[in-house]
Design a protein around this ligand. Structure first.
Ligand code: ADP
Ligand code: MG
Length: 276
């Protein structure tokens, strides 16, 4: 790539771009960079413009909105640069690794830890396009702040026909109505949070199949079980919470607001906030 090491002069003036690649997504390469003035580290998301051909205006209006967003569980955007071939977005660095990486090393989380993690996801959920690989810890170590790193830009970057393809990336989390191409919006995220909660508690997925076709039909059936062998020690409250999120009818699923008030979550929220 002839442009591999070309950066807009303005970007270079403010940030030193390191060789460290934090990750690659479907549209972006993410590198670590250092703010020259403060020495603080950030993530630099580089999106090639050919990925957004014809949709530049949408990207810009979306980014203008995202610049205003400040939320403890959503990665903030700090600066935006542009070259003839790419868009460069400087965001908070989340250096603690993926939630699911930590799950792999632990096997499963305790109910208290899982409930706390899910409450952080719920608080960040105003933002769309929830995918497990976009849930990163802010810092390494136990009990780090959990952040949603994706901006939901994928909606702009993808065309409609890609919905199925993208959901194939993490098919186990996607709601049946997405696979059937007849649903979108917040209830889809709430379903994914149901799947995530399930996985955090037992370390395996509620829907499965030997291949993708089997997995899809399993999701479309929408049937899952709390197998006694793994769930006998887990509270009815936790199961009730998951049932509320994995309701087949998207209109009957818990909303983010309702989920935050569910006793399985509310019981674990910091108690220094007086109830109202
Ligand atoms: P895409 O939208 O193209 O999938 P992502 O924003 O998901 O790109 O970034 C790709 C990968 O880069 C992520 O899965 C993650 O591993 C890493 N990454 C993204 N943002 C950050 C960040 N703020 N801090 C650390 N790593 C990040
Ligand atoms: Mg991604």
């Amino acid at each position: 790539d002839a442009n591999a090491d070309y950066y807009p002069p303005d970007l270079e003036r403010h940030y030193k771009i390191t060789k460290k690649i934090l990750g690659t997504g479907s549209f972006a390469v993410v590198k670590e960079c250092v703010h020259r003035h403060t020495g603080q580290s950030f993530a630099l998301k580089i999106i090639q413009k050919n990925a957004i051909a014809g949709k530049e205006y949408m990207l810009h209006s979306e980014l203008d909105i995202l610049k205003q967003v400040r939320h403890p569980h959503i990665v903030s955007m700090h600066a935006l640069y542009e070259s003839p071939t790419a868009v460069y977005i400087v965001t908070d660095l989340a250096s603690g690794g993926e939630l699911f990486q930590q799950l792999l090393s632990k096997g499963a989380f305790t109910e208290k830890d899982a409930s706390h993690l899910v409450s952080q996801i719920l608080e960040g959920i105003i933002h769309r396009d929830l995918k497990p690989e976009n849930l990163l810890f802010q810092t390494p170590g136990e009990h780090a702040n959990l952040m949603i790193t994706d901006f939901g830009l994928s909606k702009i970057l993808k065309n409609e026909n890609d919905i199925l393809m993208t959901s194939c990336g993490t098919p186990g989390y996607v709601a049946h109505e997405v696979l059937e191409q007849k649903g979108y919006g917040k209830p889809v995220d709430m379903w994914s949070i149901g799947v995530i909660t399930f996985i955090l508690l037992v370390g395996y997925t509620p829907f499965y199949g030997a291949d993708q076709a089997e997995l899809f039909s399993c999701i479309i059936k929408g049937e899952y079980t709390f197998d006694e062998e793994y769930w006998s020690d887990i509270s009815d409250l936790a199961k009730n919470f998951i049932d509320g999120l994995l309701r087949y009818d998207p209109d009957k699923r818990l909303t983010a607001e309702q989920a935050l008030k569910h006793p399985w979550i509310a019981a674990n929220l910091p108690s220094d906030v007086p109830p109202n």
